[in-house]
Design a protein around this ligand. Structure first.
Ligand code: FAD
Length: 535
């Protein structure tokens, strides 16, 4: 087939418009065109009065070869690449040792699935509970403030993104089309088909829950084993080679191939690995607040009279500002039509994040607005960034009233330096609840200054962004891991052979899609390494 990129048609186009665009692009007649399918559909809303849809189409014609030759110099006309996934290995008949994956978030899920599909019978360990039990615990915290430190937004089957907006886009380079494999597996597990072609796919929380269950069943059917409430408390290392893990109940599971997909909140596990001399470096991360506006205001600001068009859905945004101080402030994990959620995994700490359902039909839009933090901002060892995060989270707990309510403030008051006394037109969605206060005490001064500089600038890009009544809720600290567990070109820890650090916790992903892609990468590396070891 021939892939045509950047085919632009009006938002309200009919079927014929796409066909006409293909005929024009390729300079062929309707008789030459056999079929076409949509590979990708996005939109350009920079001009609200003239929003265009942008397609990437795969086209079958009666003269593919001639057309590819004719358009050889045109980068918008190329042969459709083969995006199907090719397994790099098969488990040997004499497989002696089962690989172990620690963590069953998107990274561990895809690592486990691909290893199982290649016949390696992986053992997957997660400290949290299976997803239905975990859902009860998480909602229990949001409704009744009862925190289970092992079963919450961060920990348990499906990982951190289970209660999320389920955004599936990523900016990682993906020449091997691993992202396509992830989407194929998600659709097979019940995700909507449209995730295969819309440019910014999302799934929403409830669907993610049932998808995770189906993927678990598939791994088990293929010979894998998944164990919940199985926290790894120790690793066994012999002369630089990992040889096994020790669970919280003392059980030892031996393996010389261990994938580490523990996410950014496994602070105790980071400490344990550091104490075991696994090489860890500090890395930059970001902290800030969640901001909420009415979704209708964001739709209006982005789409004008086209707001509400079902093809566009609830509007999102992506903002960045480089401050005079040299800091960057940017929007992160924007959730259209969603809610702000309590995302702590530790007692007496408050952390914000965002989620939505597939429909994105809640009243408010929310997004983190965060400031870049560099290891030079906090002194100490490679884990000092965790102390920095913890300090902010504990401080937010106190500012919120020491009962898991989050400190919040109206944007107008924040910009003027006044403590908020009343809620305005934007109702905060954070559960269990908020306490109005002065958020300038919630972050270091340099962050507050940066946010006060950025928000009015964002208001010039999204009209109403700095609305008096918009709500800030704090603190957003778990944007990514503050560390990197360095690995070599074989995906193994640079000083601990057989340990494959991966995903967000190891510093190699930021989001569901990139974590899942990284899971495939370590599955392949683990399989190749196992096969090498049995030669
Ligand atoms: P995680 O998903 O964090 O999974 C790590 C797993 O390891 C957990 O299940 C944990 O229980 C387990 N674990 C940790 N330590 C141990 C141990 N010692 N022993 C055994 N198991 C252990 N990203 C997006 O792309 N789109 C979104 O819309 C989005 N929304 C989000 C909303 C919320 C509320 C949150 C919290 C995150 C959101 N993210 C989103 C981020 C996304 O969830 C993460 O980037 C992604 O989950 C990282 O995947 P991971 O597999 O590397 O780690």
């Amino acid at each position: 087939m021939i892939r045509l990129t950047n085919i632009q048609v009006p938002l309200d186009h009919d079927d014929q418009a796409l066909t006409n665009a293909i005929l024009t692009r390729l300079d062929i007649t309707a008789d030459d065109l056999i079929s076409h399918e949509v590979h990708r559909r996005g939109y350009d809303a920079r001009k609200k009065t003239n929003i265009v849809l942008i397609y990437t189409l795969d086209v079958e014609t009666r003269c593919n070869d001639a057309l590819l030759e004719k358009f050889a110099e045109n980068h918008l006309v190329k042969v459709t690449p083969d995006m199907s996934y090719k397994y790099v290995a098969q488990a040997p008949a004499n497989l002696q040792e089962r690989p172990v994956i620690i963590g069953f978030g998107p990274c561990g899920l895809l690592a486990g699935l691909v290893l199982a599909q290649m016949g390696y019978n992986p053992i997957i360990l997660d400290r949290g509970k299976e997803v239905r039990e975990r859902t009860k615990d998480t909602f229990g915290f949001w409704r009744k403030k009862i925190l289970n430190t092992e079963s919450n937004v961060q920990f348990g089957e499906g990982g951190a993104g289970t209660f999320s907006d389920g955004k599936l886009y990523s900016q990682v380079k993906d020449p091997k089309h691993y992202g396509h494999k992830v989407l194929v597996e998600f659709v097979a597990a019940g995700a909507p088909d449209e995730i295969m072609y819309v440019s910014k796919p999302h799934i929403g929380t409830f669907r993610l829950v049932s998808m995770v269950e189906k993927m678990r069943a598939q791994i088990i059917a293929l010979g894998g084993e998944i164990r919940f409430s199985a926290r790894v408390d120790d690793v066994q290392i012999d002369d630089g080679q990992i040889t096994g893990v020790v669970l919280a109940d003392g059980e030892v599971i031996k393996s010389r191939h261990i994938g580490l997909a523990i996410g950014h909140s496994a602070r105790d596990t980071f400490q344990m690995l550091y104490d075991k001399n696994v090489y860890i470096e500090a890395k930059p991360f970001s902290v800030g607040f969640r901001i909420e506006h009415q979704q209708s205001a964001i739709d209006e600001a982005r789409f004008g009279s086209n707001a509400g068009n079902p093809i566009l859905g609830a509007a999102d945004y992506k903002l960045v500002h480089h401050c005079k101080s040299g800091r960057s402030v940017y929007s992160f994990c924007m959730c259209p039509g969603g809610t702000v959620v309590a995302a702590t995994s530790e007692e007496h700490r408050v952390v914000t994040n965002g989620m939505s359902q597939y429909s994105r039909a809640e009243r408010n839009a929310n997004s983190a607005i965060v400031v870049g933090i560099d290891p030079s901002d906090y002194p100490g060892n490679p884990l000092a960034g965790i102390d920095f995060q913890r300090q902010l989270e504990s401080n937010a707990y106190v500012l919120g009233g020491s009962n898991y309510d989050a400190p919040a403030q109206k944007v107008g008051d924040f910009l003027k330096g006044l403590s908020s006394e009343t809620i305005g037109s934007v109702e905060p969605s954070f559960k269990p609840g908020i306490k109005l206060t002065d958020l300038s005490k919630a972050l270091p001064d340099f962050c507050i200054e940066a946010l006060r500089e950025a928000i009015p600038v964002f208001n010039r890009k999204i009209k109403g962004f700095a609305l008096e009544d918009a709500i800030l809720t704090g603190v957003e600290t778990r944007t990514s891991a503050p560390i990197c567990i360095k690995r070599d070109q074989n995906f193994q820890s640079i000083n601990t052979h057989g340990l494959f650090p991966a995903g967000e916790g190891a510093g190699y992903a930021g989001g569901i899609m990139s974590a899942a892609i990284d899971g495939i990468k370590i599955a392949e590396a683990m399989a190749l390494s196992i096969n090498e070891s049995v030669k």
